[in-house]
Design a protein around this ligand. Sequence first.
Ligand code: 2RA
Length: 331
Amino acid sequence: MKVAVVGATGLVGTVMLKVLAERNFPVTELIPVASAKSKGKEIDFKGKKYKVVTVDEAIAMKPDVALFSAGGDTSKEQAPKFAAVGTTVIDNSSAWRMDPTKKLVVPEVNADVLTAEDKIIANPNCSTIQMVVALKPLHDEYKIKRVVVSTYQSVTGTGVKAVDQLMNERKGIMDGPMAYAYPIDLNVIPQIDVFQDNGYTKEEMKMILETKKIMGDDSIRVTATTVRIPVMGGHSEALNIEFENDFDLTKVRELLAATSGVIVVDDPANAKYPMPMDAHEKDEVFVGRIRRDESQDNTLNMWCVADNLRKGAATNAVQIAEYLVSKGLIG
Ligand code: 2RA
C-alpha cells in the first residue's frame, strides 16, 4: 500500500512513521511529505531511505492513504486534493473534526461509523482520545450524564519549540525561544490554545464538543479545564463522571480491564497509579485512582494517562487505517 505521511518531519509525523513500522502496517511504498524547505531530506523507514517530497508531488503519486499532521490550514487546502485522486486521508489537525460530513474516530469507540465513502477522516484531539477510550465501556454499562475533566498536559502537545523551552529553562536558560507566554518549568499554565468568548479555551471546547460526536450522544454533558504542565511523557486527566444509574466499583474496574487499549493501574495501598513516565511511548490508556465520589450519588472519580503523541495522535491514526484495511475499505 502506498502510504503518505504529510508532516513527516514534525513531532507527530515522526511518531507516525515509527508506529507504522512497529505495527508492520502494509506499506509497499512510503511517501514522506513536508514543506518545500525539507524537500529531498532523507527519511529512514524500515531500513530503507526515502526522500521527502512536496505535497503536489505526493498527490501526483496517488497514495492509497495519507496520514496528515501538518496543521489545520494545510489539511483544509490539501486533504481534498488527495481525496480527489482516491486517497483516504486521516487528518490529525482540528480542521475537519466538527464538520458534520466528516467522521471523527477513535477505533475502540466508534470505528463502525466508517464507510468506503469516507475519504477524509478526522483524528480527534489527543486529550479527547484518551478520555473517550476510558469513558466508552462505562457509558455502555451505566450511561454517562456528565463529565468534569481537568487535564495536566505535556509540552509535547505543543511541539518541538515547547520542549526546547522547557529543556532550556531546566538548564537555567530563561531567554531562549518561547513557545508559551510564560516560563513553563516549575510552573503550570491554565491556557491551552486561545480563549473563546465564553471564557473557555479552544482546547477545552474540543474536549466538550468532540466527546459528544465520538460517543454519538449529545446528551452527555462535558465541562473541561485544560492545563499545560512541565512534563514530557504524556497527558494526564482527572475525570469526574456522573452516571444515570448507580454502579459497582468492582464491576467498573472489570469493565475497564476488559476494554481493548485500556490498562488498569489501581493499587493505591502500594502507591500504584498511572503516571506519564510509565505511559511514555506506550499505546494504551492507563486508568487508576478509581473511586466513588462521596459528595454525589452515581458519580465516579478516575485518573487517566496516555502518551499524547502515540495513542493521542499517531497510533490512533494508524489504528484507523488498520481498521479500514481490515474491513476492505481501503487498499
Ligand atoms: C495540546 N491537545 O496538547 C493539544 C494539541 N496537541 O497542545
